[in-house]
Structures are given as C-alpha cells and as structure tokens.
Design a protein around this ligand. Structure first.
Ligand SMILES: NC(=O)C1=CN([C@@H]2O[C@H](COP(=O)(O)OP(=O)(O)OC[C@H]3O[C@@H](n4cnc5c(N)ncnc54)[C@H](O)[C@@H]3O)[C@@H](O)[C@H]2O)C=CC1
Ligand SMILES: NCC(=O)COP(=O)(O)O
Length: 324
C-alpha cells in the first residue's frame, strides 16, 4: 500500500505553492494529501503555466494526477514575495491540521514547505519554527536534523539567540538529544551501530579549558554518561575540522551545538538535495531545507529538488514504519 503523506505548501507568498505544483507533475510512491489553500496553488500553477488538478477528500479525482486537498483557505491573496501577516493563522492551521492527520493515523507522514517565521510573529502568533509546533502538538521532545546525501547534522539548540546558546547547553539537554538521535539512527535510518560525533561549543573545543569551559564541565561528562548507556560517541570535537571529508566518513551523524555551527557546512556541501527531518515525533516529518525564497516566488526558477527529496525521504520512513 502506498503511504499517505500530508503535504503542506507553507507560506503562500513564497515558493512553497509553486514547488507543490512542480511535485504535482510527477508520480510518487506515496499518495500526497495537500493541506492548504486551493487559490494559492492555482495561482502558482498559472504563473508557472503548469496544470494542477485537485479534488476534495471524498470526491472522485478527475485525472490520474489529481491530488487530494484538505482545504484550509487563506483570508488574503498575498502578492508573490510579500507575506501577509493576516495569513499567519491559516498557515499555522494548515500545519496543525496536517500534524493531527498524522497523529490520528489518517496520514502516514508529513512533508512541509517553508514558512516565514517573521510574518507569523507579525500576525500575532509567537512562533520559532514548525519543529517546535509539531513537538507541542505531539507532547514530545524532538531534535532537528538536516541531512543531504553526504552528511547528517543534528542541532542541540535551534532558533534561539546566539547569546542564549551557552546557557541552553546542559547535561540533561545533551543526554535527551543524544538518546533521540541514537534511537532515530537505529530505528528510522536502519543503522545497527550508529556513531555520533559531538562538536564542542568553543573554538578548538575549549583548548583544555583555556578558551571556554563548557566542554570540560558539561559536554564531556554528558558524553561519558551516555557512553555508559551504550551510545557510541566521538567528541567533543573542534567544529572547524570535524567536517573534513576523511573524518566525516566515520560518523553517522554530527551533533552541532547551534544552528549556524552545523547548517552552513551542510548547505554549502549540497543545498539542493538537503532535507530537514524532525526526530522523536510519533510519525515521520520531513521538510525542505530552504526558506520561503521571497525573491524567487512566482518566477518559476525555484529549484524543487529539496521538496522532491523530502517526499522521497518521508515515503521511505513511512514505509519502514508501516512494515515495522
Ligand atoms: N523549512 C522552513 O520552513 C524554513 C523557513 N525559513 C524561513 O524562510 C524565510 C526566508 O529565509 P532566508 O534566510 O532568506 O532563506 P531562504 O532559504 O529562503 O533563501 C536563501 C537564499 O537561497 C535561495 N533559495 C532558497 N530556496 C531556493 C530554491 N528552492 N531554489 C533556488 N534558490 C533557493 C533564495 O533565493 C535566497 O537567495 C525566513 O523567515 C526563515 O525563517 C528558513 C529555512 C527553512
Ligand atoms: N533552519 C531550519 C528552519 O528554519 C526550519 O525550521 P522548522 O520550521 O522546520 O522548525
């Protein structure tokens, strides 16, 4: 049986709707169930001069490529490149309804397009990212991991100010993250004995305490504790050399201490084919690695590779879970 994946286009003024239109031109090994606004999809299809056929859940499809739609209309038709804060609530509702479909088993996995965090906050909804929203809807702890064909990078802290990062790195937080990453590598990715590299926080991983003490006081003791639980951990490693190709080959994942310690490396290496995976949820969620690209919206030049990789990766995870 083909898994049913809830697919959310995301911010209507960005490239999300047109990437969904591009996805609609292909056959997939999953059934895509769009949770979003029909008008933005038709408008994106018009801009790209591509067809899109949609049918509401329960209706008969009119063509073999017609996609099922759970309609969540946006109140304002935002111009390409100009997010409307008035659409914040419907953007969040589309994510929430899709997540609920995965929680109640109507869908087997979730694929999301990019959302504009500032527009959502301007719309009066405090929001630091979809990952946090999904964690709170599922009442569980999660970890953000980005992956491309060459590397997997998990994040210890995500969307917080750099000033707050050091205080957020605690032994408990590290242990929880490492358990989630190790479990996901084993059960979601099928790696029997995963090796996780853990980066230090400070330059040169603290240089024996002379450039910062977080490695000695917090990270090393936490790694020792997790090794005693059976995890295979390397580190804390100096971040500047941990991604050298010869080193990276020995790791199944790298845990970075903060967003911009790990993601620039991964996005530089292969932006097009990277995806954002939420580990720890009771269902698979895979998102594009890029943002709303407001500068490209409606022009037909945005690269759909990350969305396609997200659909393929989520299909794989959903299949694996259905068989398990
Ligand atoms: N998955 C998500 O929901 C994500 C959302 N964002 C949000 O997106 C908004 C804009 O973020 P930015 O930092 O500007 O990052 P961005 O990824 O939207 O854009 C960065 C650069 O990459 C280009 N780009 C992005 N996607 C592309 C694609 N598919 N094909 C070709 N070029 C592409 C853009 O044109 C721009 O030059 C922010 O609100 C941010 O929070 C950012 C990353 C992920
Ligand atoms: N940098 C990743 C990003 O912004 C996407 O976050 P989320 O909305 O998937 O939590």
């Amino acid at each position: 049986m083909r898994p049913r994946l809830a697919l959310v286009p995301g911010e209507p003024a960005g490239i999300g709707p047109e990437l969904v239109v591009r996805a609609a031109q292909h056959d997939w090994e999953a059934q895509l169930v769009i949770h979003g606004d029909a008008a933005s999809l038709h408008r994106a299809a018009g801009a790209l001069r591509l067809p899109i056929a949609l049918h509401r859940s329960g209706e008969m499809p009119t063509s073999s490529r017609s996609l099922e739609l759970v309609e969540i209309p946006h109140p304002v038709a935002a111009a390409f490149g100009q997010p409307e804060p008035a659409n914040a609530a419907s953007v969040i509702e589309s994510m929430t309804r899709a997540a609920q479909a995965c929680l109640d088993g109507t869908c087997d996995g979730l694929v999301t397009g990019p959302v504009h965090k500032a527009a959502i906050n301007q719309g009066g909804i405090a929001f630091t990212g979809t990952t946090g929203l999904l964690a709170s809807l599922a009442s569980c702890q999660v970890v953000m991991m980005l992956a491309n064909p060459g590397m997997r990078v998990a994040l210890q802290t995500v969307h917080i100010p750099l000033r707050a990062v050091a205080d957020a790195i605690t032994a408990d937080a590290l242990s929880s993250t490492l358990r989630i990453v190790d479990t996901a590598l084993r059960h979601q990715f099928g790696i029997a004995a995963p090796v996780i590299a853990v980066l230090g926080l400070n330059p040169h991983a603290g240089e024996n305490g002379h450039l910062g003490r977080e490695e000695l006081d917090i990270i090393e003791p936490a790694l020792e504790h997790m090794r005693s639980e059976g995890l295979s951990l390397v580190g804390p490693l100096p971040a500047d050399t941990a991604f050298l190709p010869g080193k990276l080959r020995g790791f199944d994942a790298v845990l970075a201490m903060y967003h911009d310690q790990g993601l620039p490396v991964l996005k530089h290496a292969d932006f097009a084919n990277a995806v954002n995976i939420t580990l720890g949820l009771p269902y698979p969620r895979v998102a594009v690695d890029h943002g709303t690209a407001l500068d490209l919206a409606g022009k037909g030049v945005a690269d759909p590779s990350s969305l396609f990789a997200a659909i393929r990766t989520c299909t794989q995870f959903a299949r694996h879970r259905m068989h398990a």
